[in-house]
Design a protein around this ligand. Sequence first.
Ligand SMILES: C[S@@+](CC[C@H](N)C(=O)[O-])C[C@H]1O[C@@H](n2cnc3c(N)ncnc32)[C@H](O)[C@@H]1O
Length: 253
Amino acid sequence: MSCRPKGAPRRIFLSLLLLTACTQGGGHRAPSDGAAIRPLAPPGVPADSFPAPDRPVARIVTDTWSDEASRDRAGEAEQVIRLLGVRPGMRVADVGAGSGYYTVRLAPRVGAGGQVFAQDIVPRYLEGLQSRVQRERLRNVALALGDPHDPRLPVSSVDLVLLVHMYHEIEQPYGLLYNLRSALRPGARVAVVDLDRPTASHGTPPALLRCEFSRVGYREVAFHPLREGYLAVFAPAGDPARVVLARISACAA
Ligand SMILES: C[S@@+](CC[C@H](N)C(=O)[O-])C[C@H]1O[C@@H](n2cnc3c(N)ncnc32)[C@H](O)[C@@H]1O
């Protein structure tokens, strides 16, 4: 069965097919053993179209925030998933998924009718997560390789995006948030979990976070203090076409 859009020229369709997992029903499945992990969408706006952040960017040092047993004892994922109202059928992107603490907890929540995109920019982290997904037989998880300024997720594919303990590591936050917008379905939200400390110390002060999101056309819709850190939730504010690239300026820390 073909999912080629009516009227799409064959050559364009075939190139899109190479870049996206075009399956019946529009779902994206986990690649089978040994399959290359790749971006799920063509490149968006290039990195040099955006200002550099005017504050330190933390180095990527590990694929997990802390050990999963202590996170579960603290009820971290349980609380975040409840606060965000994750339910069966939702399409969720775990951007900066690392070793998959959230991915494997989201997959059963969204169920067979839902979808989890486990995205990262470090291929070796995604390879480790691919093995985990296969071991745990999670059929509704698709692995996605991104760029530091562009998550490379399919157009109109997600209801919710999680950025957990990774925002401070994004080399090009304005680019990532701008390019992310094409992946958002109507009503979608973008949720950040982080610590309230300087970005150089692997956290993001909430005022700085709000400023950076607002420069790219998002507004904050909820804020919840957590036992450790916070959960901030954003939604696109109005028409993305109204964000003028040349006018995006960096927020000072
Ligand atoms: C400290 S780990 C957190 C992993 C996971 N979210 C968790 O809560 O355990 C940060 C992750 O963010 C990823 N990362 C950093 N910059 C990124 C970017 N621009 N886009 C996507 N992932 C990124 C890193 O490769 C790393 O896997």
